[in-house]
Structure formats: C-alpha cells, structure tokens
Design a protein around this ligand. Structure first.
Ligand SMILES: CNc1ncnc2c1ncn2[C@@H]1O[C@H](COP(=O)(O)OP(=O)(O)OP(=O)(O)O)[C@@H](O)[C@H]1O
Length: 166
C-alpha cells in the first residue's frame, strides 16, 4: 500500500475571503486535475515531513504548524491502494511558484473546482477546509491506474480525533 499526503495551506484573501492553495497537477497520478500539494512518503520519513517536503518541492512554500485534518483510505478492486494523510496549515513562508509537477493557484474556499478534481474530493474537502477532521474509505473499481478507475462508494466519519497521529 502506498502512503501519501496532501497539504492545504490556508490564508485570508481579499474581502476577508478564506483562500486555499491548490495545485493543477502537471504529471503522474491525477495529471490535469486540481488537488492539494502532496505525494508519496519516502522510506524513513514521517507523513508530516513528507507533506512539508512535497509542498516545498511542488510549489516552493515552506509550511510549518501542520494540523492533521484527515486520514483517507483509497481501495482499488477491494484492496487497500493508498493511505493518505491530510493536513491544513495557516503558517508558511514564501510565495507559491510553478514547478515541473504543479501550477499553484489560490482559490476561495467557496469556489473550489470540484468538477476538476478526484471524484472523492467534494465529499471530504469542504469539511476539511471548514476546520473539521475526517476519516474516510473510498472504493474504486476497474484496475490500475487509480485515476482511471471508477469511484464506487464510500464511508465517512467526521470529528475524529487525530491529535496523537502523525
Ligand atoms: C483516489 N482518490 C484520491 N483523491 C485525492 N487525492 C488522491 C487520491 N489518490 C491519490 N491522491 C493524491 O494524489 C497525489 C499523487 O501524487 P504523487 O504520489 O506525487 O503521484 P505521482 O505518480 O506523480 O508520483 P511521483 O512523482 O512518481 O512520486 C498524492 O498527493 C495523493 O495523496
């Protein structure tokens, strides 16, 4: 099973609108779709360290004080495929810049382009951006690659305690 991360930097935008930093992914899994910065954990790395590293690599932002917001299990044809640790952060340094992997974009949290994201995102990301915590299982069918499989169903639990988790 792949262990991966997603990080959602948040800031106060114009008109006091809350904004989230998304990326348009330029290659690999989920290419062409929007998501948070993130990626696969490397050996010996904690998920939190992975989220910080991937955010720096993909958009050049140095995030600190990551808050654990979710744990998502993605199953493909009945088998656990990816376990994803989700974080929020309001503390970061630097300006988002494009990389070979991603185009960054600040978007109002009320205007997230869910029609251009993974099919599961609209189910859990709004709550995460509102400050809630979530544990979820999402089932996909149809074989590899995961981003061409069909999203079948899911279970979600809100308000879970993730404080003691990486
Ligand atoms: C199934 N539903 C899903 N919904 C939302 N997000 C999903 C997801 N499934 C995977 N993700 C995320 O997508 C990124 C893949 O990125 P990543 O590991 O970098 O893939 P990629 O193949 O490009 O890796 P390398 O660059 O080769 O390491 C990574 O953040 C991972 O958490």
């Amino acid at each position: 099973m792949i262990e991966a991360t997603l990080c959602f930097p948040l800031r106060e935008g114009g008109d006091a609108d809350e904004e989230v930093l998304l990326i348009e992914k330029r290659r690999g899994l989920g290419e062409g779709w929007y998501n948070g910065p993130g990626g696969k954990c490397e050996p010996g790395e904690t998920p939190r360290e992975c989220a910080v590293r991937e955010t720096e690599e993909e958009v050049g932002l140095e995030v600190t004080d990551l808050e654990k917001a979710g744990e998502l299990t993605f199953l493909l044809d009945g088998e656990a495929h990816t376990f994803c640790h989700v974080y929020r952060s309001r503390s970061f340094e630097g300006e988002p810049t494009s990389s070979e992997e991603a185009y960054p974009e600040w978007v109002p949290v009320d205007d997230v382009p869910y029609d251009r994201m993974w099919d599961d995102d609209h189910l859990w990301l709004p709550g995460v951006l509102e400050g809630n915590t979530v544990a979820g299982e999402f089932r996909f069918e149809g074989g590899e690659p995961l981003d061409e499989a069909a999203f079948v169903d899911h279970d979600l639990e809100w308000g879970v305690s993730l404080e003691s988790r990486e």
